[in-house]
Design a protein around this ligand. Structure first.
Ligand code: MLT
Length: 387
């Protein structure tokens, strides 16, 4: 019998409540089958023995020990694209903040409070300090052409920028979604060399950590504007501070403030507002909840970061779901465990992602505990259950 219990580790839009109707769903659920999370740090969270999956209502999963969970057969989901429009709108705002001294100018106007009828004259006299430039005609480099990157690239094209983008994992779907005027370049080096503005939309991992560092900043144009709404650790804060001091970097605009950059001239630190709109919070919650529920009830995997996408329509019989290591001969071993019990397989689908793989086996009849025990004994099987 499937355990219907979901723990909320953060406040999640109430739109998820209806999706989990019939479940025990709240912030005090013990040993849950699933977890809904936004930004709570899960590295030290004790994963209970019944935990099957974690769904992050958002794109980044660096608050979740994804690799550890893969080893335990705990599937981690995210919601790519669900908050993309909210982030795109913030980036568009930041492009203008990058071109013009809007924030300094607004701060200066506040100092004119109390000047009475002189305000108009003082404004006209003082405004020359805040002259900025337009973004039209400037080159924007987009690093990462996923759901957010393509929306940003297309919006910037529509605003008259010349857009170049790089992404070693660019999918055919995303390539087709790009405005045809966007130039896809082979690597980030091209972006560093050619862009007046750079915006980054990649996950944080060992390949991307500190991608903005002394060496890459040296390759950039003087006065480059860097926009980072992806994760703070993508930039080496000390290198950015040096770049701002020397004028190499005109502005560094980030959704991830850090102590070294708060208050530094040219650094604009936004308090992680990228996805903080009711629309994005609703979209992320609904997508995360639907994916989690479909996994718990049907074993289907959509948008997992540590297991492959595997889905199949339900037939009339039982379904066996197997998280396993990506090793040779597994499909044959699974099939022979089923046939050894005289059960016919109606459908079998099994896919891999890196070191791990996942299989769905639909049976013509019912599953029994002995079959699950036989499968659990196969070398390389991590977790098996019937749904
Ligand atoms: C994301 O990872 O989706 C964004 O940073 C927003 C968030 O953390 O919720």
């Amino acid at each position: 019998m499937m355990k219907k219990s979901i723990l909320k580790l953060n406040a999640i839009s109430p739109l998820a409540d209806g999706i989990f109707e019939g479940y025990e769903y709240g912030d005090d659920v013990k040993n849950p089958a699933g977890i809904m999370v936004r930004s709570a740090a899960m590295a030290d969270y004790p994963a209970g023995e019944d935990l099957l999956a974690v769904a992050r209502a958002g794109a980044g999963t660096n608050n979740i020990p994804v690799a550890e969970y893969a080893k335990k057969g705990i599937v981690v989901f995210n919601t790519p694209g669900a908050n993309a429009n909210a982030v795109k709108e913030l980036v568009v705002c930041e492009l203008f903040l990058g071109g013009r001294k809007i924030i300094n100018a607004i701060d200066w106007v506040k100092t004119l409070k109390g000047e009475g009828a002189n305000v108009g004259k003082l404004v006209e006299k003082g405004k020359s300090k805040f002259v900025g430039s337009e973004i039209a005609g400037k080159t924007l480099g987009v690093i990462g052409l996923g759901a957010i990157g393509i929306m940003v690239a297309n919006a910037a094209e529509a605003l008259g920028m010349k857009v170049i983008g790089a992404d070693p994992y660019l999918s055919t779907h995303n390539a087709l979604m790009l405005d045809p005027s966007v130039e896809v370049v082979p690597d980030n080096a091209q972006i560093f060399k050619r862009a007046d503005f750079i915006t980054v939309h990649v996950p944080l991992n060992d390949q991307t950590r500190s991608m903005f560092n002394r060496e890459t900043l040296a390759q950039c144009k003087d006065g480059v504007v860097i926009i980072n709404n992806a994760r703070g650790e993508l930039a080496d804060a000390a290198a950015i501070a040096e770049g701002l001091a020397s004028g190499k970097v005109a502005r560094y605009i980030t959704d991830f403030p850090c102590d070294e950059l708060i208050g530094v001239e040219g650094a604009i630190c936004v308090p992680h507002l990228g996805a903080s709109t009711p629309e994005a919070e609703d979209n992320c919650a609904v997508m995360a909840a639907r994916q989690l529920k479909d996994y718990l009830e049907n074993g289907n995997i959509t948008n997992s970061v540590n297991y492959p996408a595997v889905s199949a329509a339900r037939g009339g019989g039982a379904r066996i779901c197997v998280c396993h290591k990506n090793v040779a001969n597994m499909i044959a071993s699974l099939a022979s465990a089923v046939s050894a019990r005289g059960i016919n397989i109606a459908n079998l689908v099994d896919k891999s992602k890196g070191d791990y793989a996942y299989g769905i086996i639909d049976l013509d009849g019912a599953a029994d505990d002995n079959l699950l025990a036989d499968i659990a004994k196969i070398d390389g099987v991590i977790k098996v259950r019937a749904v």
